[in-house]
Design a protein around this ligand. Sequence first.
Ligand code: SF4
Ligand code: SF4
Length: 214
Amino acid sequence: MDLAAIQALAAPHFLDIFGAFHATEDDGCTPGTMVLLSPLEPGFWAHVTAEPEFLDGAPDGLDRWSTRIITTLATHTGGTPHFPFGGPPYAPFIRWAERTGRAWPSPVGMLVHETAGMMISIRGAILLPDRLDLPPPPPDSPCTTCAQPCLTACPVGALGPRPYDVPACHAHLDRAEGAECLTGGCLVRRACPVSQRFGRNPAQTAHHMRYFHK
Ligand code: SF4
Ligand code: SF4
């Protein structure tokens, strides 16, 4: 089993490899190769919303779908599945994302990924017992050569150079002026040029916003 084989197994489910790293006990798991999985774009949302977990009327369709698919992939690859939901306790997915070398803290604090930008939605991970060959990560975060529009995109200054003011964000979303964020997604995440190139369906972003602001 190698990364290319895992990618080939994940692609029919519109999942892609977010990144991978050689895990040690300091990472809160057993040693091995941790492979993080996230949406393959474009097309993820159209695919996943036609799956049984979105048609049965029960809550948490995305998490239930992720559990079914990634558990099956883990079985086929001889690994152990891990998920960022279902806690507490929660697995340290933000640390794991940074450990891949393909995601970095952005100027507004939240992570930015080399291809997803700020549209990060890690669906789970597979821990393989072997130490797989990994491609070298990019040398730098995209933020190092960016005009950093994320710093000024929030209309109420809830997310910017200072720590995230979550109550101010929710207050804006409660007002009519917040409709654009609710239906199209956080303007900060959308301002990122890497996010804009990623190709996520705005309907997925609206789905996450409904969970955030319910
Ligand atoms: S969702 Fe809207 S109000 Fe909240 S941080 Fe993003 S841009 Fe600001
Ligand atoms: S807008 Fe630029 S600085 Fe901000 S997260 Fe995206 S790449 Fe980084």
